[in-house]
Design a protein around this ligand. Sequence first.
Ligand code: SF4
Ligand code: SF4
Ligand SMILES: [Zn+2]
Length: 138
Amino acid sequence: MKGFSEKLIAPCGMNCRICIGFFGYTMNGKKRKIKCIGCKPRDKSCAFLKKFCKKLTKKEIEYCYECIDFPCIHLEKLDQSYQKRFKMSMIDNLRMIKKQGMGAFLKEQEKKYKCPECGEIICVHNGKCYSCDTLIKD
Ligand code: SF4
Ligand code: SF4
Ligand SMILES: [Zn+2]
């Protein structure tokens, strides 16, 4: 599977493989000095949820859907902003992982973010394929 892997699915349900930081860029188009290697491999948060959540910092849970508070207010906020800005829901991602399993989720992600021109991966944050420069607009 083209670079899609469980290792790159963050506890919050974000797929780091399609993140602009993973491609090595910033939102304003600049190249980052250091590419992000993903939430789990980096073992530091990109932050957002870990700031608020001891269960994540202490690694008591692997994915937020295992948590009794799921979806907590912080995850909901993040989710809503992602739905609005990037048409993606980490809560939906987590529900799918829970219901259908990681394998099915990764397959769906591969289909959903596949570049129609070159078959590589489209970035969720700006709709860009960094392999062939195709820009997906909706
Ligand atoms: S910036 Fe955050 S979401 Fe993006 S790849 Fe890194 S850890 Fe994942
Ligand atoms: S859903 Fe649970 S584990 Fe995830 S950030 Fe919220 S409180 Fe933490
Ligand atoms: Zn492409």
